[in-house]
Design a protein around this ligand. Structure first.
Ligand code: SAM
Length: 270
């Protein structure tokens, strides 16, 4: 497979759109097997690019949605696929309303993508707004980002991204992809991650906004003790009463402990 196109003119990859195209047919096949598309799935691919994943996904699907920002790539996709098989949503995935894709009624939307690495974190936070409509997500991301997403407490990789995503999703790093699988080759290794939203009934934060605020404050100055970073929300005694060491640092707390702190802080403001 090459980063070519049906018109024979090579697309020049655009750095500003994070374009690193998959060119390893072995890796593409492995990703598609991992996703295991079924013909009637409601599936959306973010950033189809030159179609490296789009085409093999469509081999198993009746229909596929894609969201792409690059007009040149959109024109190529239009030449190659009919609108009956492929619905192309032109624009920025960061602003895209994923609820229009029909996952609303059944929590059935499947999301996949070899994501533009420059917007991966904001995109993950944007998608979290639709998590109750999503069945699963499979993404290629920088290995370093995936490691932060799935990290347990205690290490330098554990942070706001880990806590916020682990609260909302079951996540698993599936396999690594070397730079040579892309054109142009990125400087770093990549990894495939699977994200499955937890049922709404399992989400214990009484106010998700307060939960997010607590996590952001705690990791804002991650070397500081919680009695300092959370001072505006809970006193040292209130932290201790929750079974949380006021002298602990954010990286020592698990997701359930952040939920406990957030619910106590929320109860105090009611
Ligand atoms: N899926 C293709 C592949 O695997 O070869 C392309 C992957 S490339 C890493 C990222 C793709 O996302 C590019 O097609 C790029 O134009 C597109 N993209 C970048 N920023 C985007 C955005 N904000 N919204 C939608 N698509 C975007």
């Amino acid at each position: 497979m090459t980063a070519g196109n049906p018109r024979g003119v090579k697309h020049v990859p655009r750095k500003r759109f994070g374009q690193n195209f998959l060119v390893s047919s072995g890796v593409v096949a492995k990703i598609v097997v991992t996703i295991a598309p079924q013909h009637d799935d409601v599936l959306v691919e973010i950033g189809p690019g030159l179609g490296a994943l789009t085409e093999p996904l469509l081999d198993s699907l009746d229909h596929l949605h894609v969201v792409e920002i690059d007009r040149d790539l959109i024109a190529r996709l239009r030449e190659r696929f009919t609108p009956e098989r492929l619905t192309i949503h032109e624009g920025d995935a960061l602003k895209f309303d994923f609820s229009i894709l029909g996952g609303k009624q059944h929590s059935c939307l499947r999301v996949v993508g070899n994501l533009p690495y420059n917007i991966s974190t904001p995109l993950l936070f944007h998608l979290a707004e639709y998590a109750d409509q999503i069945r699963d997500m499979h993404f290629m991301l920088q290995k370093e980002v995936v490691d932060r997403m799935v990290s347990p407490p205690g290490g330098p990789e554990y942070g706001r991204l880990s806590v916020m995503l682990q609260y909302r999703y079951e996540m698993e790093r599936l396999f690594l992809v070397p730079p040579g699988a892309f054109d142009p080759a990125p400087k770093v290794a990549s990894a495939i991650v699977r994200m499955i939203p937890r049922p709404v009934s399992a989400l214990a934060a009484s106010d998700p906004t307060v939960f997010a605020k607590v996590v952001t404050a705690a990791f804002g100055q991650r070397r500081k003790m919680l009695r300092n970073t959370l001072r505006e929300m809970l006193t040292e005694a209130e932290l201790a009463a929750l079974g949380i060491q006021p002298t602990a640092r954010a990286e020592e707390l698990g997701v359930a402990e952040f939920v406990r702190i957030a619910n106590a802080a929320n109860a105090l403001t009611l």
